[in-house]
Ligand binder design. Structure first.
Ligand code: URA
Length: 277
């Protein structure tokens, strides 16, 4: 199929997904497997992960969408068209940050110290999505810098990567009081910014840390314990959920499960674990 027709059909299928009638098109991944993105299409990153380069398209397409993997991915319905602001022309991380501004869109603004936008490489092949900032993140304005963050850093390094190689962000960008889970209205208000971040970065893989991230991306109350470690599709990007590092601090026995999940991500990215010293 020529690339123009493919792009047109993909746009239509995304539209059907957005309208939640994608069950008529369950084989869409096989139809829409896209060719690999060339390095030239990738935006140049600034050290803070905020890119000034223009990206050619908001749709995800990655080498990961090769036929064998695509066939293994369950098709999960996309977020509704009305939630989605992921298709802004020439979007950049910097523009998203500017659009967030000194946000007062939801009640989480009342007690926050800093908005925690995200950190890492705007060209990352791997994005970790957490729930929302805790105390340390709120104070420093950076994601995953507290105890759970230190464990996440260890997990990233165990994969043979550095924090700067990946991008780390959260579903909500302001700390929920007493570290409670973000409420649906807060997720609904903030997640369009996350979707835009993901659309700009277009990673080869998204790892959801915990149920809030997973359910926010999937748009439904799916069980993380049942579905963790399975590849799914988030708007054309391979996505896998695993347990949150804070859960691992309370349940160290689950670390083995998480490592199994991360090994799948490594295999997908072509990474080998660093040699044991
Ligand atoms: N937990 C999260 O989900 N995100 C953070 O940034 C820190 C802790």
């Amino acid at each position: 199929m020529n690339p123009e027709s493919r792009a047109r059909i993909e746009a239509w299928l995304q539209y059907f997904d957005d309208l939640k009638i994608s069950s008529f098109y369950l084989d869409r991944l096989a139809v829409t497997a896209m060719p690999a993105r060339t390095p030239a299409e990738k935006p140049a990153a600034k050290p803070d992960g905020v890119s000034s380069a223009k990206t050619p398209s908001r749709n995800f397409s990655s080498p990961a969408q090769s036929a064998p993997l695509a066939a293994a991915l369950p098709v999960v319905k996309s977020a509704s068209l009305f939630e989605s602001s992921a298709r802004i022309e020439n979007d950049t991380l910097q523009r998203i940050r500017e659009d967030i501004g000194d946000c007062k869109r939801c009640k989480l603004c009342e007690q926050r110290t800093n908005i925690v936008f995200g950190s890492g490489s705007g060209k990352a092949e791997l994005v970790f999505v957490g729930e929302g900032p805790g105390h340390d993140e709120d104070v420093q304005g950076l994601p995953f810098v507290g105890r759970a963050g230190k464990l996440l850093t260890q997990m990233i390094e165990a994969m043979g990567l550095r924090r700067d190689d990946v991008y780390i962000c959260n579903v909500v960008k302001c700390r929920p009081p007493q570290n409670r889970a973000p409420e649906p209205d807060e997720v609904g208000t903030c997640s369009p910014f996350l979707f835009r971040q993901l659309a700009v970065i277009r990673p080869k893989a998204i790892v959801c840390l915990g149920a809030t991230a997973f359910q926010s991306l999937m748009g439904s109350k799916m069980s993380i314990s049942k579905l963790r470690g399975q590849w799914m599709d988030f708007r054309g990007a391979p996505m896998l959920a695993t347990y949150h590092p804070a859960y691992l601090l309370r349940n160290p026995n689950a670390k083995g499960d998480v490592w199994e999940d991360l090994k799948k991500v490594m295999a997908h990215l072509g990474l080998k674990p660093p040699a044991r010293r």
